[in-house]
Structure formats: structure tokens, C-alpha cells
Design a protein around this ligand. Structure first.
Ligand SMILES: Nc1ncnc2c1ncn2[C@@H]1O[C@H](COP(=O)(O)OP(=O)(O)OP(=O)(O)O)[C@@H](O)[C@H]1O
Length: 244
């Protein structure tokens, strides 16, 4: 599998209103790019535009894929809301992509994936019988099942406790080695741990941020990673504020 990169330039409007007036985003092939920025600035909209499902948004500009081939069939988006179908079990939800495409189901692979996200005791449960964090892990398993070259993740670990979050970050980094990942997160620690590129989106556009040394997933107690996390938090809080 060869994972493509992408370049998105121009502006994005939602319902005729400019939401992201200036965007010049480059995601390198095989990178894990973290996108941070204030609530409502347009991060999820950008992911939806790239995924080709943003019916509400219009891109005035270009989306260029590094290998020149169409993205269709090569991209998976894990949305902020889990989008699990309430009438299907966890296992059926994790296999949903294959079912929608008319591909053969892979129950053994699905069960193994569900086990890896720590939900093996919940295989037959419906989403309504799960906690928010369990639903998020089911949605993560469904996205990882898709095994697409380009993976778009919208706050994929936001509902998880600290220990489970670190475990899911490690698992995702392991399974997505060699993929191109664009991840929206509000968590500077997550970006410092996982990013090979970090971008902050504001009204004026993107600002690239320094990435700590070492390959992701970086140890949670790594000094450079902690330092980068603090500096990133200070930057997100804005000028004139320290990181305390
Ligand atoms: N379907 C829609 N119709 C109209 N406006 C929308 C729609 N979806 C999003 N918006 C608006 O577009 C803007 C960007 O929303 P978006 O969800 O992309 O922000 P975000 O940066 O991902 O926010 P958050 O961090 O809170 O998830 C917001 O002002 C939002 O109100």
C-alpha cells in the first residue's frame, strides 16, 4: 500500500459564509499531521472536505493528491460523533464498511480488532448499551478495519480516560504505520506524542508548530515531548499568557 499525501489550498465556505478563509495545508505521504485550533474554527469541516462528504461546505481552491490518483476508496474518516448504527451490534458495526460495499464480511478480523480496542466482552451489544468511551473505541475499530491509505481522525480519543487513551494511541500508531494520517485534536499532549507535523489553525490560516524529536508514539513522560506539550498549550492559549 502506498499512502498518498495531499495539499489543500483556497478557502472553505459553509452555507455561503466563509468559515476557513485562508488554507494552505500540506500533508506529507506517510506523515501523522495533527491539526489544532479553537472550537468552531473549521477543523472538522476541512476533514469532511478532504473526505469528499462535506455537502454543506464549498471549497474555492484545490485539493491535490500527491500521486495524482483519485481519493475515492482510499480514505476513511472517523467523525467526532461515532456514527454507529444503533440497531447493529458492535461486531456488525465494525464490519459495516464491507457490508455497505458488498464485500465479504471478515468476522474473525473484526473480532480481533474489537479485542484490540478492549471491547471483547461487548461483541454482541448495541451502541446504546455502551459508554461514550466504549462507543468511541468501537468507532475506532471500524475505522482501523477499513485500513485505508489515508485516515482522517476527528478527536478520536477525546472520550477516553488517560490510561485507555494512551493505549489506543499506541494501538493506532502501530496499526497506521505507513499510512497518512490527518488528526484533529484539542489535546496538546496527544499532538506532541503522535504528530510528525503539527499545525495550528486560526482565523489567519495555519501556523506550523515544532515537533519533538523521536518517532511516534513518543513516551508519555519523555522530557522533549512534555516540553513541546507545554509550549503548544501556551501557544493555543494565546499571547500574554504563560502555560501555568
Ligand atoms: N452543517 C452546517 N451548517 C452550517 N454551519 C455549519 C455546519 N457545520 C459546521 N458549521 C459551522 O462551520 C464552522 C466550523 O465548524 P467545524 O465543526 O468545522 O469547527 P471545528 O473547528 O471542528 O470545531 P470543534 O473544535 O468545536 O469541533 C462553525 O462556525 C459551525 O457553526
Amino acid at each position: 500500500m502506498s499512502a498518498p499525501g495531499l495539499t489543500l489550498t483556497g478557502s472553505v465556505s459553509v452555507a455561503g459564509t466563509p468559515v476557513v478563509p485562508h488554507i494552505a495545508l500540506t500533508v506529507a505521504p506517510g506523515s501523522w499531521t495533527c491539526l489544532l485550533g479553537p472550537s468552531g474554527i473549521g477543523k472538522s469541516t476541512l476533514l469532511r472536505v478532504i473526505a469528499g462528504i462535506a455537502d454543506e461546505a464549498e471549497l474555492t481552491g484545490t485539493l491535490t493528491i500527491s500521486d495524482g490518483a483519485p481519493l475515492r476508496g482510499r480514505v476513511a474518516l472517523m467523525s467526532q460523533s461515532d456514527l454507529l448504527l444503533p440497531w447493529l451490534s458492535v461486531t456488525e458495526n465494525v464490519m459495516l464498511g464491507a457490508r455497505l460495499r458488498g464485500d465479504p464480511a471478515q468476522p474473525q478480523r473484526a473480532i480481533a480488532m474489537i479485542e484490540r480496542v478492549g471491547l471483547s466482552e461487548h461483541l454482541e451489544k448495541k451502541p446504546g448499551q455502551l459508554s461514550g468511551g466504549q462507543r468511541q473505541r468501537a468507532a475506532l475499530a471500524r475505522t482501523l478495519m477499513e485500513d485505508r491509505p489515508l485516515i482522517l481522525l476527528d478527536e478520536p480519543f477525546s472520550a477516553l480516560d488517560a490510561r485507555t487513551r494512551a493505549q489506543m494511541q499506541d494501538l493506532t500508531a502501530e496499526l497506521l504505520t505507513g499510512h497518512t494520517v490527518l488528526m484533529v485534536t484539542h489535546d496538546p499532549a496527544e499532538a506532541a506524542r503522535l504528530g510528525t507535523a503539527i499545525e495550528i489553525l486560526s482565523e489567519t490560516g495555519l501556523t506550523p508548530w515544532r515537533v519533538p524529536p523521536g518517532a511516534p508514539p513518543r513516551p508519555v513522560d519523555d522530557a522533549d515531548t512534555l516540553q513541546a506539550q507545554g509550549a503548544l498549550l501556551a501557544a493555543l492559549r494565546g499571547p500574554g499568557r504563560d502555560a501555568s
